[in-house]
Design a protein around this ligand. Structure first.
Ligand code: HEC
Length: 152
């Protein structure tokens, strides 16, 4: 009985220890950006669309449908996306460094489009890697901002 308990405790410790960040135990050093309620709601709707777009882009790349991946990237994350043009209202509430990080996302998504366009014509064995590397720049832009700012 006693040894079973020990095993259970040991198992719990090893599971807990395998997570890189345990909620509540790690200090949150992100900068809080306070937003009016309505603006925060709008921003979170955009964010949820960002992750859906990203998921669809990865799926399209995997299927070799570069054109589809390009369309999603440009229209939903890129420099000419509706988010960038239509949501100036949200971005106006952001700190300047946060706006710069958003620009990084628009820029990397538009760069991804160019890289994917080139890859679809060059038929190079490295082109898949180039496309993934360009996509990684997009995810790094997401993650960079998430590690720096919070709104709640
Ligand atoms: C300019 C900064 C910035 C960029 C760029 C950014 N985000 Fe966010 N995102 C945030 C902040 C801030 C939050 C709120 C985090 C918090 O307060 O806990 C957030 C929240 C989210 C959420 C949670 C939504 C919810 O309803 O809770 C998702 C999902 C998300 N982002 C996805 C993405 C994806 C995917 C990308 C890149 C394609 C991205 N974000 C790019 C700043 C950013």
């Amino acid at each position: 009985m006693r040894s079973l308990k020990m095993i259970a405790v040991a198992a719990c410790i090893s599971v807990a220890g395998s997570f890189p960040a345990n909620a509540g135990e790690v200090a949150d050093s992100r900068q809080l950006i306070k937003l009016p309620n309505e603006i925060e709601k709008k921003m979170m709707i955009n964010m949820r669309d960002h992750i859906v777009a990203l998921d669809e882009i990865v799926g399209a790349v995997l299927a070799g449908e570069y054109q589809k991946a390009e369309d999603i990237a440009e229209s939903r994350l890129g420099w000419s996306s509706l988010v960038r043009h239509g949501d100036q209202e949200v971005a106006d509430h952001w700190a300047v460094p946060m706006q710069k990080m958003a620009d990084e996302m628009y820029r990397s998504a538009s760069n991804f489009v160019i890289v994917a366009q080139n890859a679809s014509v060059e038929e190079d064995k490295d082109s898949y890697k180039k496309v993934m590397s360009a996509l990684h720049k997009v995810t790094s832009a997401c993650s960079g901002c998430h590690q720096t700012f919070r709104v709640r």
